[in-house]
Design a protein around this ligand. Structure first.
Ligand code: BV8
Ligand code: ZN
Length: 243
């Protein structure tokens, strides 16, 4: 399926840019999927913001508790595992993820750049003090022991800047690897959605895997319609046969 990509002869380094779609087959709902039950009446963009947390800290905190409990019960799928297994044969495999679920690390990937933080982390909104996820059983956000501020989930909300080092590393990797594979993202949220264009400008082939078209589709070198857990194992096999 990859015969029409003029791959670099030897693939020494690959970056996988992943979004919520790669975790869909593990049972983690994407932001695009309609929220279920209690959360059906909220749009994620309305909840995942500093303003929402300041206005209704309990509601936002409980949304994260619901997601944390769900994520605690799921495991990586064949898509996450295919990427992790590639590390045994390709010297440099990098994962740059928008996901906050930690499933790439659980699958064994050793170089994961988390652009939007990690849902199991917490820190004080006011003084930045880190809190372990032992706070995850509470109905309301705990108050910070150091300053009395509110403890918040350790993720990047809309309107907040991404961790500088993570974004810089992601841009650098996307500008210098031999191949980029973009999996399971609607390619809408910035600045993550701009990363594949650094690669295309550098003449690096970009393969997209998504059951539907996205704003990246027409620019991608190849866009494969399909689910991550089905397409990625085949793609990894083709990459290994190229070596
Ligand atoms: C920022 C963590 C600078 C939280 C998330 C210009 C000027 C000013 C502001 C903006 C601007 N451009 C954009 C913005 C604002 C904003 C933005 O991009 N808005 C969008 C809506 C247009 N960006 C930001 O605010 C970012 N910060 O720009 O800082 C700044 C600073 C101050 C003021 C202004 C600017 C911060 C963005 C990070 C937000 N945090 N997550 C949490 O998890 O709670 S984003 C969150 O939504 C995800 O991390 C992901 O990145 C994004 C999208 O989620 P989903 O749609 O679920 O997932 P995805 O997009 O991956 O879509 C699912 C895809 O999977 C679909 O395509 C589907 O077809 C596919 N799929 C489904 N099943 C499968 C599958 N694929 C494969 N296999 C399957 N089985
Ligand atoms: Zn504090």
């Amino acid at each position: 399926m990859l015969e029409n990509i003029d791959f670099p002869t030897k693939i020494q380094s690959i970056a996988f840019l992943t979004g919520a779609g790669i975790s869909a087959e593990s049972g983690v709902p994407t932001f695009r999927d309609a929220q279920t039950g209690l959360w059906a009446k909220y749009r994620p963009e309305e909840l995942a913001t500093p303003g929402a947390f300041q206005l209704q800290p309990g509601v936002v905190w409980q949304w994260y508790q619901w997601r944390r409990e769900l994520i605690a019960k799921v495991s990586p799928n064949a898509g996450h595992q295919a990427i992790a297994q590639l590390e045994q044969r390709v010297p440099n495999v990098h994962v740059i993820t928008q996901n906050v679920d930690g499933l790439h690390q659980d699958a064994g990937s050793t170089d994961v750049v988390e652009l939007h933080g990690r849902i199991t982390r917490n820190f004080c909104f006011d003084c930045g003090e880190d809190y372990l996820d032992d706070t995850s059983s509470l109905e309301h956000p705990p108050t910070c022991k150091a300053c009395g501020g509110l403890v918040r989930p350790g993720v990047v909300w809309f309107g907040e800047s991404l961790p500088e080092a993570a974004l810089e590393r992601a841009i650098k990797l996307c500008s210098e690897v031999d191949l980029v594979v973009v999996v399971g993202t609607s390619s809408i949220v910035q600045p993550a959605a701009s990363l594949p264009f650094y690669s295309l400008r550098a003449g690096i082939p970009v393969v997209e895997i998504n059951p539907t078209e996205t704003p990246l589709t027409e620019s991608a070198t190849v866009s494969l319609r399909g689910n991550a857990a089905e397409v990625l194992p085949g793609l990894v096999k083709s990459i290994l046969s190229e070596k």
